[in-house]
Design a protein around this ligand. Structure first.
Ligand SMILES: C[S@@+](CC[C@H](N)C(=O)[O-])C[C@H]1O[C@@H](n2cnc3c(N)ncnc32)[C@H](O)[C@@H]1O
Length: 332
């Protein structure tokens, strides 16, 4: 018999996630999810967390409103409220980076047109009735899109509590039973041989990891045999297997470590046991896709590119280019 679950705030209902994991025999992982959630979400002295919980309580009642995600948008629909007050409440969660979302009559114009990235991965795999783990999910935007594309269950991992609270803003309007969860965990929290999910998504995470090989191994370990990986990351141009390790910052980001060529990325995938590797998209990130908005008022991509030559970052490296690859964990 398993131990009683540690206390977490009432609004964070993870019982259906716990049940989903235990029904499939993943009790050890279910215990560790419960423990990490309890530790990270029950922090009575964390001022930001208190502010976000207060803001969640100020949102319009979920009883006669609902979240829709089946028609290419993620939106809360239902009776309107004072939109100035609603905007102020939602701005407690600023900066809004991933989206867009609609909330009653407000459009949350996020820093990223994540819907464009979604369009690049939407046909990468068949989402119908699949369970998905989204490692580095941010506020869970893609998870809603995956459910809209037919996925049966989505677990997102992200260490940033602000993004997890943005997820909760929408999650409270989601249809029952809940099929989408975001927990404050990272790739290294995944057990080596979890083998629980049909699909793993890693988008915009690999280059933040000091060990890309370990990141790929953790994704392989999360997949059932025959499961599919969708990997999106920054790459550099070049035909040979090479990798750029920035001397210091890359596009002003301190935590960018490895930008491989696609041939190097494919080699990493082979070395970590993946098969049927395919590059399905390569797209430069433009200042239309990533930009400052009213909902993300800090600097954005335009400020991080060389003003005299936008083909380079301010540090003189090639400007962001993103590749999406799919691969399969072998059926052992
Ligand atoms: C550039 S954002 C990408 C978000 C989203 N996947 C997308 O493609 O739009 C990277 C995200 O990964 C999260 N992250 C960073 N290190 C991580 C790790 N080791 N495991 C899981 N998530 C991580 C960050 O908190 C951040 O939300």
């Amino acid at each position: 018999m398993s131990a009683p679950l540690p206390k977490t705030p009432d609004w964070f209902d993870r019982q259906p996630l716990d049940r989903w994991l235990r029904e499939r025999g993943h009790d050890v992982f279910a215990d560790s999810v419960a423990k990490v959630c309890a530790e990270r979400l029950y922090q009575p002295t964390n001022g930001d967390l208190k502010r976000w919980i207060t803001a969640l309580d100020e949102l319009p009642a979920p009883s006669d409103r609902s979240l829709w995600y089946s028609d290419g948008k993620v939106r809360v629909i239902g009776p309107a409220v004072d939109s100035i007050g609603l905007r102020d409440t939602l701005m407690a969660f600023h900066p809004w980076r991933k989206g867009p979302f609609e909330f009653l009559d407000l459009s949350i114009d996020t820093e990223w047109r994540s819907d464009w990235k979604w369009d690049r991965i939407a046909d990468a795999v068949d989402w119908q009735n699949k369970s998905v783990i989204d490692v580095g999910c941010g506020n869970g935007y893609y998870g809603w899109r995956m459910l809209g594309a037919g996925a049966s269950f989505v677990l997102g991992l992200d260490p940033i509590l602000r993004f997890l609270m943005q997820f909760e803003v929408f999650n409270r309007y989601a249809p029952q039973p809940r099929r989408h969860f975001v927990v404050p965990m990272i790739d290294t929290d995944l057990p080596e041989k979890l083998a629980a999910f049909d699909i793993a998504l890693s988008a915009g995470v690999l280059y933040h990891r000091t060990s890309p090989i370990d990141h790929l191994r953790s994704l392989a370990g999360a997949l059932v045999p025959g499961g599919k990986l969708v990997l999106e990351t920054l790459v550099i141009q070049g035909a040979s297997p090479q990798v750029l390790v920035p001397e210091d910052r890359y596009a002003q980001m301190r935590n960018v470590w490895f930008l491989p060529t696609i041939t190097m990325l494919e080699r990493w995938l082979r070395r970590t046991g993946f098969e049927a590797i395919e590059t399905i998209d390569v797209t430069p990130t433009t200042t239309d896709e990533q930009r400052s908005t009213d909902w993300m008022t800090f600097q954005s991509l335009a400020d991080f590119l060389d003003p005299s030559d936008s083909r380079n970052t301010v540090e003189g490296y090639p400007a962001p280019l993103r590749a999406t690859l799919t691969a399969t964990r072998p059926d052992l």
